[in-house]
Write a new protein. Structure first.
Length: 95
């Protein structure tokens, strides 16, 4: 396997842009079927650092949901519509 050279500014720009979006958000809605390293970091930052609610969608029957994702999710739903509704309610809730 040959490593692909990546300029150091590209990851930094991506992370900084993502953090800017996250910091300006009131609620995070996560599709938790196959979360990535980046998604995990974003959920942790949003829930633990910013202390804001995380709504996670995981389809019914999925049993291999990370303990970390379960711990940092304010709400977990097995129905996408229910997850959207929960996120909407949390968004409209007073700060």
């Amino acid at each position: 396997m040959v490593p692909v050279p990546m300029p150091e500014t590209v990851p930094a720009e991506i992370v900084e842009h993502d953090l800017q979006l996250i910091n300006n958000s009131k609620v995070m809605l996560v599709h938790g079927v196959h979360p990535s390293w980046g998604s995990a970091m974003e959920v942790y930052h949003f829930a633990q650092v910013l202390r804001r609610p995380v709504v996670t969608f995981v389809p019914q029957g999925r049993t291999n949901v990370s303990a970390w994702l379960r711990h940092y999710s304010t709400v977990m739903e097995t129905d996408w519509s229910a997850a959207l509704h929960a996120a909407e309610l949390l968004y409209k809730a007073p700060d």
